[in-house]
Design a binder for this molecule. Structure first.
Ligand code: BES
Ligand code: MN
Length: 459
């Protein structure tokens, strides 16, 4: 790999990344479907420019998948690279210090929606690949690229594709760069992701909204009923009241818990710099790591109903809807939990309420065995470029396609160049540019080293 690649090309790289980030590929909002397609097209153009002889846009029920193959390198291993080009919505947009789709550099950090999650990291891998090609444009190993546009919205296009064509997951290793360092200076490799069960819970108590003077005092209020129901499902101590939920959890091993205890961690700094609140909540008898990595959660994402416009309107709402999700851990399969949630919500409803639960999407938790030699190769690359190997940690977040990516037998390397305070899904999401420049070198060296290492025993 040309050691001067980044310093020589920095200006161009920044311009290209800003161009990619300028496309508002918000997968959850139907109004942005054309933008999602433009982001896919941006990748297609880039992959062609990088000399990939195979570049495909694969259509399905939603936003397209982009698949590409580098030139065939006989006898070299195959690396499958996965990432997503879609991003989360930007609200509350008024809290952004610069427009979310006009990436700005402040103090060495690039601010934009998708800067870290995941366009900036996808870009990092593309440029690492660019940097390891020889003068004839040949990389040291076979690389397959797989990019989706529905990671953030729970779409099916990629899942359907891989169910139909599982051979696309055949590789010697899969690399997913959609995560962050454990802490500044300490890269991470992830041994588990939580699963997810995302639902809309609707409560109806009346045929129509009513005057709160004429009927206040006797008519059942849908928002109040919904709030009480939500509080029944999760109490003030953070305990979720869904029968069998906690009993089914497969807890982390003692060795894992001990390793987490040894990680550098300050509750005070975590609260101040990342959580940005006044106190941590949740099940007090468990450590912070257990609460964010190894236990299920129930979060309320938004409540719709009644009157939320400017000014005042005296009304008793007839219906209300909450968007909620559970994060899942090993022992809690998505399909099972979806059934338990429906049962628990209906059981908790008073007799004046009609409760309807609609599952929007979800996926299972995953655990990753990090003993495959490819993980040692990644550690060597990080050591060489940033001076430290990875630490083994879990992620509280989810990437629903990961079980499928691993289904072909390739070890799945979950890692990334983000930092914990990047603000994924929040206003003012950012990527530290030094992390990007280092990341290009790290993944470039990873590809070169992987090409040189005997991965499987010779036949
Ligand atoms: N990059 C994140 C996953 C992630 C978050 C990993 C935090 C490590 C730490 C990913 O893009 C993401 O946000 N996933 C969604 C998936 C969901 C919408 C199905 C998530 O976790 O909310
Ligand atoms: Mn995300």
């Amino acid at each position: 790999m040309d050691p001067n690649f980044v310093s020589r090309e920095q200006t161009r790289l920044l311009r290209e990344l800003r161009e990619f980030l300028a496309i508002p590929s918000i997968s959850a909002l139907p109004a942005h479907a054309a933008d999602c397609r433009r982001a896919a097209e941006w990748l297609v153009t880039d992959l062609r420019r990088l000399g990939c002889p195979v570049v495909e846009v694969i259509e399905g029920s939603g936003h397209p998948v982009v698949w590409a193959e580098g030139p065939r390198i006989p006898d070299a291993p195959t690396l499958l690279i996965y990432g997503h080009y879609d991003v989360q919505p930007v609200d509350p947009v008024e809290e952004w210090k610069s427009p979310p789709f006009d990436a700005m550099v402040r103090d060495g950090k690039l601010y934009a929606r998708g800067a870290a999650d995941d366009k900036g990291q996808v870009f990092c891998l593309l440029r690492a690949y660019e940097a390891v090609r020889d003068a004839a444009g040949k990389p040291p190993l076979n690389v397959h690229f797989l990019f989706e546009g529905e990671e953030e919205c729970g779409g099916h296009v990629l899942d359907d594709l891989l169910a139909r064509e599982p051979e696309r997951t055949t590789a010697d290793a899969a690399l997913i760069c959609d995560m962050s360092y454990y802490a500044p200076g300490i890269p991470g490799v992830y041994t588990a992701l939580r699963g997810l069960c995302y639902a809309e819970l609707t409560v109806r108590t009346l045929q129509r909204d009513l005057h709160s003077g004429s009927y206040g005092g006797v008519a059942p209020n849908a928002i109040e009923t919904l709030c009480r129901l939500l509080c029944d499902l999760k109490d003030g101590e953070g305990r979720i009241h869904i029968p069998k939920l906690y009993k089914s959890v497969v807890p982390p091993t003692r060795a894992e818990l001990r390793a987490w205890d040894r990680l550098p961690f300050s509750k005070r700094d975590f609260l101040r710099d990342e959580v940005t609140g006044k106190a941590l909540t949740g099940l007090k008898k468990y450590s912070v790591f257990e609460r964010i990595w190894a236990l299920p959660t129930l979060e309320i994402h938004g409540i719709r109903g009644g009157f939320v416009g400017d000014g005042a309107k005296t009304v008793i709402p007839a219906s209300a809807t909450a968007k909620v999700s559970l994060r899942l851990v090993p022992g809690l399969p998505f399909v099972q939990v979806a059934k338990w949630l429906e049962k628990a919500a209906k059981a908790a409803a008073p007799n004046w309420a009609e409760v309807d639960l609609k599952i929007l999407h979800g996926g299972d938790a995953v655990e990753v065995d990090t003993s495959h030699p490819a993980f040692a190769v990644l550690d060597e690359a990080f050591k060489e470029i940033v001076g430290k190997p990875t630490v083994r940690v879990r992620a509280g977040g989810s990437i629903p396609i990961v079980p499928r990516i691993g289904s072909g037998g390739a070890p799945v390397l979950l890692t990334g160049i983000g930092l914990p305070d990047d603000g994924l899904h929040s206003p003012n999401e950012k990527l530290d540019l030094q992390q990007l420049w280092d990341g290009i070198a790290v993944f470039g060296r990873f590809m070169e080293r992987l090409a040189a290492v005997p991965l499987a025993p010779a036949p």
